[in-house]
Design a protein around this ligand. Structure first.
Ligand SMILES: [Zn+2]
Length: 418
């Protein structure tokens, strides 16, 4: 005969087991004919509550605090019949930031019309009223690129661009960190590092990085200049955060772009090890570009005259972009922002190797066509810059960059191997 105490303990442990199991299952709400799910790569597990027929509330909360305000949400609505659905996004401590986008099952994302979204006082709620067709529609803060889609893109791009793919490490949860690389024939070639995906909601940075890389490594363009540099490209540095729909952090609740210095996280440590391996083989760090998103299109650069080599890279690159950018509007803002003491990728690169590190930021709501065109322009201007810098090095002449700024400064090539 089992004692009452033992029975109570069994009941309690059963309850705890059930709670633990529930906690690990993404929230899944059903109301009438409609089911709201968050069980896909890129979706968080926000608490879902039924509030009426075909009506739900999602409580949008971050993975941990403190955190930057990037309140990410992503969910599917499934229905067998056309139905008007209401979803209230309730923000516990933050404000609504991302206008909802919808993919009605055809892999095409569009903004929900403004009249379908009403934002409450101080942005604490956003209520979406949307008619859903039979099937599955996905609604999210930005386009959703899950881990499998990202891996497929890397594989396709690497094949078309002639880049090698290699796993350089693993995330906290054991996901591969994949690098795309191209080895230079010269063992002392200058090294260019390109990063993306440190912060999961920064999807416009992903769109820009893809367009940038496709133009830079366009198979129809002569690649002799690219072959003279060593390339290390890590497009998706935070797979655990991407998988779980995090606002910012990796699985250790760490902002990876505050770990370039401590290197306590496996994701950042893997990239540093790759860079250091190349440096120990005699390569010279030349440039680091780190793609992100914020409220506008801006390049965070080291100040001019910062003693880096190549000298005044940002100034020359921006002049090259501006010279060929057709508009509309200006290309990038420039933020001469070095963040001394802040362990970001760009600051670590500049302080460790005396070479320029830049954060390339695209606005969350920048038009997707503008993002592609601006990224392509930036890539074309970088190719021209590299051509000019290389030619300058090889001929011994000091050349101005293409379309020099108002008071031109010669390209300094001290960073190139002699
Ligand atoms: Zn970021």
């Amino acid at each position: 005969m089992i004692s009452r105490r033992a029975r109570n303990l069994l009941t309690l442990s059963g309850l705890l087991f059930t709670l633990a199991a529930c906690a690990s299952i993404p929230s899944d709400c059903t109301s009438g004919d409609v089911r709201l799910t968050q069980g896909f790569s890129g979706a968080p597990a926000h608490t879902c509550t039924r509030t009426g027929p075909a009506a739900f509330r999602l409580t949008v909360a971050p993975e941990s605090m403190p955190i930057n305000p990037s309140p990410w949400y992503a969910f599917d609505l499934e229905t067998a019949n056309p139905v008007e659905v209401r979803v209230e996004l309730a923000y516990a401590l933050h404000a609504h930031r991302y206008p909802p986008r919808i993919d009605r099952g055809e892999d095409v994302w569009e903004l929900l019309p403004a009249e379908s979204v009403s934002v409450g006082e101080e942005g604490r709620t956003a209520t979406l009223d949307v008619t859903i067709a039979p099937g599955t529609s996905r609604i999210a803060a930005q386009e959703v690129f899950g881990l499998r889609q990202r891996a497929q893109w890397r594989a396709g791009f690497a094949a078309s661009a002639g880049l090698d793919r290699r796993t350089i490490g693993h995330s906290v949860d054991g996901q591969p960190i994949e690098a795309l690389s191209r080895r230079a024939s010269d063992p002392s070639a200058p090294l260019i590092v390109i990063l993306g995906g440190q912060h999961p909601p920064e999807v416009t940075g992903v769109l820009a990085l893809r367009a940038f890389l496709q133009t830079l490594f366009d198979p129809s363009s002569p690649d002799a200049i690219l072959d003279r540099f060593e390339w290390l490209i890590v497009p998706d540095l935070n797979p655990d955060g991407i998988e779980r729909g995090h606002w910012r952090h990796n699985l250790n609740q760490t902002d990876l772009n505050r770990d370039w210095g401590p290197f306590n996280q496996p994701e950042t440590a893997a990239v540093r090890a790759e860079i250091e391996a190349r440096v120990s083989q005699g390569q010279t760090p030349f440039l680091l570009l780190d793609f992100h998103s914020t409220y506008r299109d801006v390049l965070y650069t080291p100040p001019d005259d910062f003693g880096l080599s190549p000298q005044n890279f940002a100034r020359h690159w921006i002049a090259g972009i501006d010279a060929i950018w057709p508009g509309p509007g200006p290309a990038f803002e420039r933020g001469p922002n070095h963040n001394p003491g802040l362990p970001t990728a760009k600051t670590w690169f500049a302080e460790t190797y005396s070479a320029p590190g830049l954060t390339v930021e695209f606005g969350d709501q920048t038009g997707r066509i503008r993002i592609a065109e601006l990224a392509q322009t930036a890539a074309t201007a970088l190719r021209t810059y590299l051509q000019t810098a290389r030619a300058s090095h090889e001929t011994g002449e000091v050349l101005s960059p293409v379309s020099p700024p108002a008071d031109p400064v010669p390209v300094d090539v001290a960073g190139l191997p002699r």
